[in-house]
Design a protein around this ligand. Structure first.
Ligand SMILES: Cc1cc2nc3c(=O)[nH]c(=O)nc-3n(C[C@H](O)[C@H](O)[C@H](O)COP(=O)(O)OP(=O)(O)OC[C@H]3O[C@@H](n4cnc5c(N)ncnc54)[C@H](O)[C@@H]3O)c2cc1C
Length: 407
């Protein structure tokens, strides 16, 4: 993908106010919000395009509100999407609705399911409207420029050539495997996670009930998350941590039978899952940096905190980080001086939400998912079933998924 501001073959070198490493949701939203506030900004994205599948692809009401505030909600809603109004868990005892977005008093009482491959190019295109913003693809950041104990930009490779880009602030939005984090000598603290997720899609038929929801189905030792994506079902098989080689060794036929047994709706079309090549394994990781910044350098999104897919909040927290950073840092960036206390303020505002959501994800891993994995007839533990039936607790779960915080 080439943005309107990118000269083919001529990557920028020299200086900008803010260099953003990574053109995922955190990076592109940050760049856009800074550009709107008049800050010169350049995004360096290592891939040549933004065509990615099986990433976090749900926008919650908080992210949609934010996009509305900057006049982009309508453009987002014009992209191919589906709306999910509730989340339901289904076990041998029947269905239980545990999040109800329709009950929220908000302009967007739903979770939007749309592909990053559609969402990101739309944002990058919007960024191209600003003279002082650039989006450079095929730009792989390889080193930090450090002077006087502060980061002063990056060295990146584009078209086989090494180039420098100096900036008052470097923001690392380069995802859960962040190279910038390693270059800065920072290591996130990780928690034990008992699950991985194997994603795949199966056709959706017009006669399938219009569920407008996400389902979590438990049965026969496996669990499946189903999202109605309009033309297809996006399905996630929740596996025991590092359990994929064992599942694979049993063969794709046995896996298809598991899907059919646990999700009868899909029994007549599991054959569409022809081979493992049609699946994508997410090695679930929950980690976070103790400190999100160093002089001249800030980490946001997955680079600061990798989330579990439980609650489908990763992309939303990344976007909320970006909005907070743009609001706090645009002034200092325009003035050409970003102090450590400005960076600290961003972490102070965002970290409590991240810690809370990660703690709840860990609780769900430990108390619900781990005991059910491998159980011959998995049923939701009675305390979880009880909690899901309590309107105030259901409302709390809804708000946490919708806003990343209980208030
Ligand atoms: C394989 C995978 C599957 C996922 N599945 C789920 C899921 O099921 N549910 C869920 O909620 N979340 C999921 N996530 C997480 C979700 O995609 C992120 O939370 C969300 O995209 C927000 O991320 P971000 O912008 O912080 O980082 P990312 O979306 O990871 O973007 C980082 C960007 O940085 C770029 N980059 C990396 N290194 C460099 C470099 N050296 N130089 C320049 N650019 C660089 C990458 O190409 C990428 O575009 C998944 C992530 C991955 C990687």
């Amino acid at each position: 993908m080439t943005s309107a501001r990118e000269q083919p073959g001529a990557a920028p070198s020299g200086e900008t106010a803010c260099v953003v490493v990574g053109g995922g949701p955190a990076g592109v939203v940050l760049a856009l919000l800074l550009a709107r506030r008049g800050v010169p900004v350049t995004v360096l994205e290592k891939h040549a395009d933004l065509d990615r599948s099986f990433r976090g692809n749900t926008l919650n009401p908080a992210a949609l509100d934010l996009l509305h505030e900057v006049g982009l909600a309508e453009r987002v809603l014009a992209l191919p999407h589906t709306k999910t109004t509730h989340f339901t868990a289904v076990d041998a005892r029947g269905p239980l609705r545990f999040a109800d977005f329709g009950a929220l008093r908000t302009r967007f009482p739903f979770v939007l399911l749309l592909q990053q491959a559609a969402f990101l190019p739309m944002l990058a295109d919007e960024l191209g409207r600003y003279e002082h913003a650039r989006f450079v693809t095929g730009a792989d950041v390889q080193a930090l420029i450090e002077e006087g104990g502060a980061v002063r930009g990056v060295v990146y490779e584009k078209d086989g050539e090494r180039r420098e880009l100096r900036a008052a602030l470097t923001v690392a939005c380069d995802g859960r495997g962040s190279r910038v984090r390693a270059l800065a000598g920072l290591r996130p603290t990780s928690s034990d996670v008992p699950i991985d997720v194997l994603w795949f899609t199966l056709p959706r038929r017009p006669e399938d009930a219009a569920e407008a929801g996400a389902h979590f189905r438990f049965g026969g030792g496996t669990m499946f998350a189903l999202m109605d994506a309009g033309t297809h079902w996006q399905v996630g098989a929740i596996l025991r941590k590092d359990g994929f080689p064992e599942v694979r060794a049993r063969g794709i036929g046995a896996f298809r039978s598991d899907v059919a047994a646990t999700v009868p709706l899909l029994a007549d079309r599991v054959d569409a899952l022809e081979s493992w090549e049609r699946t994508a394994l997410l090695r679930v990781e929950v980690s976070r940096l103790r400190r999100w910044y160093r002089p001249g350098l800030l980490f946001l999104g997955d680079a600061a905190h990798a989330m579990s897919p439980v609650g489908m909040v990763g992309i939303n927290l990344a976007i909320q980080d970006a909005a907070c950073a743009a609001e706090r840092l645009a002034g200092p960036l325009r003035a050409g001086r970003v102090r450590e206390r400005d960076l600290r303020a961003v972490q102070r505002r965002r970290a409590p939400s991240v810690r809370l959501v990660q703690a709840l994800q860990a609780l769900i891993h430990r108390r619900i998912l781990a005991p059910m994995l491998g159980a011959p007839e998995p049923v939701l533990p009675p305390p979880a079933r009880w909690a899901m039936r309590q309107p105030p607790l259901r409302h709390l779960a809804t708000r946490l998924i919708a806003y990343g915080r209980p208030w």
